[in-house]
Design a protein around this ligand. Structure first.
Ligand code: FPP
Ligand code: MG
Length: 328
């Protein structure tokens, strides 16, 4: 997507993102050639760098002066923590692909992938520590939240959880990291923390919805992963209350098979579960925009508003590339 920014701010953002990239490379430097090669492969993947984008835009929207150097280091640390969690998540999911590339455990096996995630995790915390004690504590708390959210969801695989539990898990595993990403430096801006939190909720709802209806090549990772593992995400929780057939599809195994997936999509549309998820996604995106109203009106703030609009948007692309299965 193109952000609504005038050329000087586009340049500031571009330079800022390049600086975060250099910071990530410095933070991950190691004399160990094997580990270095694995890290190089993780860094070479196409990545949106959404969290660093939030950090820099957030700083531009709130500073009214040059962006504090701790924001760049904080942004790099957040991205490394995010990468660590994805390496581990792909092991847990047994997922073969991410960003249209083989996942680390597919290339090097589970043992090395777990250790690679541990290394990334350690370096993220080291970077936060260098910013200061308060920042370090924020990172440690968010790391604990990530684990708590992922642990809850994984532990409840095969069981339909309450909507309340679902929202607690996605808040812990996604929204808290987004909140940190929006204000990762020494100075904490409450409006940005609220914005990042709400955007994270919208983002995870969207991701969970796309896991059910997206086209794999476009999505860059396997679709139907959650239901295959027996993870009931929001649309599945909503639909299962009305359609017992949905639970059969998931619990009798292999819900990712094309015919079963098609049936699953039909149930999800018929019960209104996908429409309701889209609505909730937009509500969180609107909350994110609302959180920004206390910041001065600047191009950077408008760019953050536009990003939230994107977070709430559900692409009209489906498995066959023709649509997302929504009945006309
Ligand atoms: C991706 O979400 C995964 C997360 C948001 C968090 C994963 C957290 C952990 C594995 C624990 C924390 C680990 C460390 C090292 C701090 P998803 O599974 O919903 O999305 P996906 O479709 O991209 O897999
Ligand atoms: Mg996953």
């Amino acid at each position: 997507m193109t952000l609504p920014l005038p050329p000087p701010q586009v340049e500031e953002l571009r330079t800022g993102l390049a600086r975060v990239e250099r910071e990530i490379e410095k933070l991950l430097a190691t004399p160990d050639p094997l580990l270095g090669a694995a890290l190089a492969e993780v860094l070479a993947r196409p990545a949106k760098r959404l969290r660093p984008l939030l950090s820099i835009l957030g700083a531009m929207a709130s500073a009214g002066r040059a962006v504090d150097a701790t924001v760049f280091r904080g942004a790099a640390a957040v991205e490394i923590l995010h990468l660590a969690s994805l390496v581990h998540d792909d092991v847990i999911d047994e997922s073969p692909r991410r960003s249209n590339r083989p996942t680390p455990h597919t290339i090097w096996g589970n043992h090395r992938a777990v250790l690679l995630g541990d290394f990334l995790f350690a370096r993220a915390l080291l970077a936060a520590c260098r910013i200061g004690r308060a920042c370090f504590l924020r990172f440690v708390t968010v790391a604990e939240d990530l684990v708590r959210g992922e642990f809850g969801q994984t532990a409840m695989a095969g069981v339909v959880p309450s909507v309340h539990s679902y929202f607690q898990w996605i808040e812990a595993k996604t929204a808290r990291l987004f909140a940190l990403a929006a204000s990762p430096g020494r100075e904490v801006i409450p409006a940005l923390v609220r914005y990042g939190h709400a955007l994270g909720m919208a983002y995870q709802l969207r991701d969970d919805l796309l896991d059910l209806i997206a086209e794999e090549e476009w999505y860059g990772k396997p679709v139907g992963n959650d239901s295959r593992r027996g993870i009931y995400t929001y649309p599945l929780i909503l639909a299962s209350a009305q359609a017992p057939a949905l639970r059969d599809l998931i619990e009798r195994g292999r819900p990712e098979e094309p015919i079963r997936r098609q049936r699953l999509k039909e149930i999800l549309w018929q019960t209104g579960a996908l429409v309701r998820t889209e609505e909730d996604c937009r509500t969180w995106a609107a909350r994110a925009m609302e959180a920004l109203t206390t910041l001065p009106p600047t191009p950077a703030r408008e760019a953050l508003v536009a990003l939230a609009g994107w977070g709430g948007e559900i692409p009209r692309r489906g498995k066959d590339g023709q649509g997302n299965g929504r009945p006309s």
